[in-house]
Design a protein around this ligand. Sequence first.
Ligand code: ADP
Ligand code: MG
Length: 244
Amino acid sequence: MSNCMVTIKDLRKRFGDLEVLKGVNMEVKKGEVVVILGPSGSGKSTILRCINRLEEPTSGQIIIDDIEVTNPRTDINKVRQRVGMVFQQFNLFPHMTALQNITLAPMKVQKKSKQEAEKIGLELLKKVGLLDKANSYPMQLSGGQQQRVAIARALAMRPDVMLFDEVTSALDPELVKEVLDVMKNLAMDGMTMIVVTHEMNFAKEVGDRIILIDGGVIVEENTPDQFFTNPQHERTKRFLNMIK
Ligand code: ADP
Ligand code: MG
């Protein structure tokens, strides 16, 4: 058993003539929180989307725990059950309550009974601080509450790793903290996480490791402390100056 949850080897992705990922290598250990920073268009989302093959890598290897995601013989639906993903857009089903959104996949995909799925669902709603909203519909919830339901929904499949793609970028500023707090608690519970974000305080406080990506390559990889106080590369210094 390796202590690596996600291994990415020489990942390349091109869209037509555009090479978006130019050989990305990355390892995420079990329980580790890796934060990916980088300017818009640098390939951050593409990396996350390749991990559960929402995008088909052009070449390279991705391994989750002991499953080779990029092996064509691998059942990708099995992989996706082990990888939770939360996006900028919450994508909750509007005609379903918070609890129904959460219990859907456990019942449909994992064939859990309604009772069992609801037990897990209510536990998770409690975990994200929304037990009292179990029967609310998405339009009755704030953006921050919807995003917390989306996190609970992803957790309902009991994933081994969670991918977060700018999950607070569409939120009003006053709603950002409640979502980051949920993610922070998840990290403290030992969840393995890859987080694309522009929230530098979160990166500093919760990240075990920071990766800066630009133009489809990893520019710098370091501990938050080193990354923010003692960046090794000119490109990192420019990035940090830009966001100051
Ligand atoms: P980031 O998340 O860092 O902003 P993305 O991974 O979304 O960057 O995109 C990286 C580059 O790939 C951008 O130039 C983007 O326009 C391009 N791209 C992303 N998805 C597609 C696609 N499906 N087809 C063509 N180009 C794409
Ligand atoms: Mg993106």
